[in-house]
Design a protein around this ligand. Structure first.
Ligand SMILES: [Cu+2]
Length: 124
């Protein structure tokens, strides 16, 4: 294989590896909601969700504050398919998403409107 083609191939593989790392592995820190009757967690929205995994206790209401620190159109919509929630997140504002105490135990994914940015709400 000529060297130039090999370089293009390796560059492509490196780009694929980076995209997978960025979207699926990076920033997978887990936040645990603070106590009290209402559980509250702040999530920073900037090229992804930080933290991308949020743990809350089952049977109590939770409030997730999405702090959107960018204007990128990718993150302007937030969707919780299991919860029937679809909300617009204004840029440079904090938007509260209330999760009722009745949400089932388990992992509920949330994504941007296009399904590119991903996070999960773990109810246990
Ligand atoms: Cu998106």
């Amino acid at each position: 294989m000529p060297l130039d083609k090999l370089i293009v191939l390796l560059g492509g593989l490196a780009a694929i590896a980076w995209i997978n790392w960025y979207f699926f592995i990076a920033g997978r820190r887990v936040a645990v909601a603070s106590g009290g009757a209402l559980q509250q967690v702040d999530v920073i929205v900037a090229g992804g969700y930080e933290p991308a995994a949020i743990r809350v206790a089952h049977g109590r209401p939770a409030r997730l504050i999405f702090d959107r620190r960018e204007t990128s159109s990718c993150s302007e919509e937030l969707v919780f398919p299991d919860l029937g929630i679809r909300r617009f997140l204004p840029a440079h504002q904090r938007t509260a998403i209330d999760v009722p105490a009745t949400v089932a135990r388990g992992t509920h994914e949330f994504t941007c409107g296009m399904g590119m940015l991903r996070g999960k709400l773990i109810v246990e």
